[in-house]
Each structure stands twice: as C-alpha cells, then as structure tokens.
Design a protein around this ligand. Structure first.
Ligand SMILES: Cc1cc2nc3c(=O)[nH]c(=O)nc-3n(C[C@H](O)[C@H](O)[C@H](O)COP(=O)(O)O)c2cc1C
Length: 266
C-alpha cells in the first residue's frame, strides 16, 4: 500500500517542521477552494483502504469540541474540522487512522491552515453524525481546522526550522542505536521525532530488524485514545523522511505489541 508519490512526500515533509497544534482559532472560514482541495485529498488518500478514512466537516456546530477553553483539550473558534474514521472492532484500524489522519493534517498545513488533533474532548455522537459513519465504524479522533488566533510569526517559523528544541523525548529513547542505522532510517526517525501525539506522550519506539523498521508501542495500550493511533501518525512522518532519503518501501501492519514494519522494496 501507499498513497505517497514524490510530489506529496516533498509537500508534506516541507511542513513537518512548522506544524504546531493550535487551539484558539479566529473563526474565519477558509476559502471554498481550499476546503475543496482538502476534500479531494480526504476522498483520495486511502492508503489502508477500508481501515481508515478522513471526512472534512465544513461547518463545526457548537458542541463538537468540548472541554475548558485554554486548558488541555479546549479548542475554541475552529470553523472546520476533520473526522478520522475506521472500523471500530479492528485493531489495525488505529494505526491506519493515525497515518491517514496525519496526511490530512499535513495537507491542511500545506494549504496554509492551522490544526489541532483532538482525541478525547469531542462529542463522538456529533462527530459520527457529521461524518456519516456506518454502524460498524467509529470516529477515533477529530482535528480542529482553521486560522489560529495569533499566527506564528515569520520569526518563530525560522526559529522552529533552525531546530529550536521542541518538547520531545531524546531521539535515542525512541530509537535506540539510531547512529548505526542506514541514512533512510535515521531520516525517517528524525521526521517521526516531531510527530504529534495525545498529551505529547510519544509512545512510538523504532527498532531495525532484518533490514526492516519495526514500529512498536512503549508498553500497554490505552483504551480511550489508542497509542497505536499515535504510532500511525509517526509512521507517516517516518515514511516521508525515509522516502525523501531514497528508500521506497511498504508498510505491513502487525499485531501487538508491534504496530507495523516498514519493508524497503528497492
Ligand atoms: C491523537 C491525538 C489526540 C490529541 N488530543 C488533544 C486534545 O484532546 N486536546 C488538545 O489540546 N490537544 C490534543 N492533541 C495535541 C497534542 O497535545 C500535541 O500534538 C502535542 O502536545 C505535541 O505538540 P505539537 O502538536 O504542537 O507538536 C492531540 C494529539 C494527538 C495526536
């Protein structure tokens, strides 16, 4: 499986350093053509087929996002959203939803929009109705989409790009032995290092095994917002970095405690 050609790798990797979760939005509506472009990607980017899909919610009704504004979970003023949907009973859908959803988040970023994944504090019933889910599907998470109230200034963007440290675990913690790995693996892990995760918990761990990159979870999974979903997000980032370094490949989804393996194909 893959939905990533060279143009998309370049487009999405370019915005990895500047994506930040933004929680306060102006309410200003994105231009219709921007939303149409996002919808086109939501319809066509289905790398895991039935396991995951994204739906653009053009008009966020009051009550979709819950929680105390300003506190963790509080998103205010977002005019639009993305809903990330998959079959409820399929373990593999969690990683597929994370991967597919982050594709839409990076596309929204490339279109000049601000975003924030929201995994817990949203109304599941409202999201399911808006996304038109079938009885065996579930909305695993949503993302707020719009224009952030205080835009990141040009100076901040330069600072972020020049490597100002984010609140991230040391790279050796998520990828022990990284220095010994091939360049594509190192580049992939660097892109995964800055991936978003619920409560910034960064549950992904990377190991090389028989020439493939194994992604696994740091310990037991959590029922409400699955760590496997976070790992799916990191998988997309990893693939962007690995492909940019010239490593074509494909994902094989795995059973717990592993999440998936990236198998180079050439
Ligand atoms: C699956 C998922 C769920 C999240 N849920 C929330 C949430 O409910 N509320 C919130 O304010 N941020 C949420 N976030 C955003 C994370 O807190 C954020 O990604 C993390 O702190 C890293 O910051 P960054 O995205 O700016 O790099 C979520 C992120 C992910 C990936």
């Amino acid at each position: 499986m893959t939905g990533l050609d060279a143009a998309r790798v370049e487009r999405w990797l370019a915005v990895v350093p500047e994506r930040r979760s933004r929680r306060s939005f102006t309410g200003e509506r994105p231009e219709a053509k921007v939303l149409t472009a996002l919808e086109d990607v939501a319809r066509s980017f289905r790398p895991f087929g039935e396991l995951a899909r994204a739906v653009v919610i053009r008009d966020v009704p009051p009550g979709l996002f819950m929680g105390i504004v300003g506190a963790y979970g509080g998103v205010s003023g977002a005019p639009c959203a993305l809903a990330f949907v998959g079959p409820a009973g399929e373990t593999h859908s969690r990683a597929a939803v994370g991967y597919t959803g982050e594709g839409l988040v990076l596309e929204a970023t490339a279109l000049g929009l601000d975003t924030c994944w929201v995994g817990g504090l949203f109304s599941g019933a409202a999201a399911e109705q808006l996304a038109g889910v079938s009885p065996d599907e579930r909305v695993f998470a949503v993302a707020a989409v719009g224009t952030a109230a205080e835009r990141v200034t040009a100076k901040e963007r330069i600072l972020f790009k020049s490597g100002r440290p984010r609140r991230r675990k040391p790279i050796e913690t998520i990828a022990p032995g990284l220095q010994e790995w091939p360049a594509w693996a190192q580049r992939g892990v660097e892109a995964a290092h800055v991936a978003p995760s619920a409560t910034n918990r960064q549950p992904w761990r990377f190991f090389m095994h028989e020439g493939a990159m194994v992604v696994s979870v740091d310990g037991a999974d959590t029922p409400k917002i699955s760590k496997r979903l976070d790992c799916g997000i990191a998988m997309l980032h990893f693939e962007l970095g690995a492909r940019a370094a010239g490593c074509a490949g494909r994902w094989e989804l795995s059973d717990a405690p592993d999440v998936a393996r990236w198998v180079p194909t050439g």
